[in-house]
Design a protein around this ligand. Structure first.
Ligand code: BDR
Ligand code: CA
Length: 313
């Protein structure tokens, strides 16, 4: 079976950490590298977190590249209310042994994509700053990107403003560059990621796996689910970012609908909104396939299998 090659660009972040966990050990995927941006926390925090998660999982050989420490245009925003002062509050890691490689994440994206046969998927689970910058630095990478699969946006409600979701409003200009680069875009927005709530029964189920990966999952969800309840009132944390990896592994889990999607760059109340023409009012070409439904039971089966794949301690 040919593996799907991917680069995971992220801002760990509790749900990013679970996306890394699933991507790093899936036999069907070849994780070429993890690129990191500022987002849920500062770049120092998010890049340390990516390194710690990979080390904890015994995946220290997967390279991490630190990228942009701020958005392309707007002021920096972080999500400390959800992810805490470290960006990954909850788990306690041993003293650090892994550090980012030399070189900027955007340069790693450019080098890897230009050397590829056009078969590399770029998954983004944070602000799209690194990929947006890479596309501006070397526009020829566009034709080399097999597809962009992102967690971000919403065709219903936002989670930072009524209109906008965090990953898009944290760098709307970068999202615009990525959405308009001409390559296939698959958007996993809040509309579906809010259907995979990590409720206490899910945490209890994953705890029974009882290996390194599941203990990390349980520690992550302890913090994440508490803050999601405080901020949004959910009974469980929406496991946003791993939906991207779940779709790569089992596309039948997520129902997609082609739409024209544009990013609101107006600096008004809808700044950072993904304007998704669900009903095709505008008669404009489809620019993205947007997730509209998910098989939540199948998703949790996949997460459990991902945890089990790390074997016994
Ligand atoms: C997204 O924002 C971040 O806080 C999460 O990691 C996820 O990528 C959800 O809006
Ligand atoms: Ca994220």
């Amino acid at each position: 079976m040919e593996k799907t090659k991917l680069i995971l660009d992220c801002d760990p972040g509790h749900d990013d950490a679970v996306a890394i966990l699933l991507a790093a050990n899936a036999p069907a995927l070849e994780l070429l590298g993890v690129t990191v941006t500022a987002g849920n926390q500062t770049l120092d925090n998010t890049s340390r977190n990516a390194c710690n998660v990979l080390s904890w999982l015994g995946k220290g050989e997967i390279p991490v590249y630190a990228g942009c420490d701020r958005p392309l245009v707007r002021d920096k925003m972080i999500a400390a209310d959800i992810h805490g002062s470290t960006g990954l509050d909850g788990p306690v890691f041993p003293p650090r042994t892994k550090f980012p490689e030399k070189g900027h994440a955007a340069q790693f994206l450019i080098k890897t994509l230009m050397a590829s046969a056009g078969d590399v998927t770029v998954v983004t689970t944070g602000p799209m700053t690194n990929l947006g910058l890479a596309l501006r630095l070397e526009p020829r990478i566009a034709e080399k990107i097999r597809q962009i699969v992102l967690m971000g946006g919403s065709y219903t409600n936002g989670n930072v403003t009524p209109a906008a979701e965090f990953n898009i409003i944290a760098d709307p200009e970068a999202a615009h560059i990525c959405f308009s680069c001409g390559r296939p875009v698959v958007m996993m927005g809040l509309d579906v990621t809010r259907k995979v709530l990590c409720t206490p029964d899910v945490v209890a189920r994953m705890a029974k796996v009882n290996n390194r990966a599941s203990r990390l999952f349980v520690d992550l969800m302890g913090h994440f689910c508490r803050t999601q309840k405080e901020v949004f009132g959910w009974e469980g944390g929406p496991l946003h970012d791993p939906v991207t990896i779940a779709w790569l592994l089992r596309p039948e889990l997520v129902q997609l609908k082609g739409m024209n999607v544009s990013i609101d760059l107006s600096h008004g109340p809808s700044y950072g909104r993904t304007n998704c023409d669900y009903f095709g009012y505008l008669g404009l070409p489809e620019t993205a396939r947007v997730a509209v439904d998910i098989d939540a039971g199948g998703f949790w089966d996949l997460v459990e299998a991902g945890l089990r794949s790390y074997g016994e301690d």
